[in-house]
Design a protein around this ligand. Sequence first.
Ligand SMILES: [Zn+2]
Ligand SMILES: [Zn+2]
Ligand SMILES: [Zn+2]
Length: 157
Amino acid sequence: MQNDCQQKQIQDLEWYRNLIAEIVESIFCPKCHVADSICIKTFPESGKACDAIFMCKQCGTNFTYKEIIKLAIEKYLGSKIFNYKIPDFVMCPICNEESYAPGEHICYLCGNEKQLTCSICGQDIQLEDIPIWVKYKKCNECNKSQYNGNEQRQSHD
Ligand SMILES: [Zn+2]
Ligand SMILES: [Zn+2]
Ligand SMILES: [Zn+2]
């Protein structure tokens, strides 16, 4: 047992979502495969989880915030009943990691809370249109109108 863990708990850090802290507490260390072994090695002055350094108290492996978040996302995805239609995490437009939760409008890694928007018309992407956005970075309407561009539009007036 390594003893250079901080006395502070994972939950004492400031996370973008409390859910993340809960998942981090239960992560299996990828090196020694022991669960519930992550502790805080460096508790940052800011109190923010993204400035902390983490450590496995069993094997002493250090983890950056980014590494911890990736492990948390893997753990989360592995433990839930999968909804294949709408991905739980998509590429974050700010940090370019697969850590943006479209249902919650937050990136677990960089804290980006902006809605995903269509690259053509700029409107917010609806949850059901996330799979289209993932492929084309467009909303459903813009995606359809690209393919049906020459078809006659129905008038709604
Ligand atoms: Zn370990
Ligand atoms: Zn991000
Ligand atoms: Zn659009």
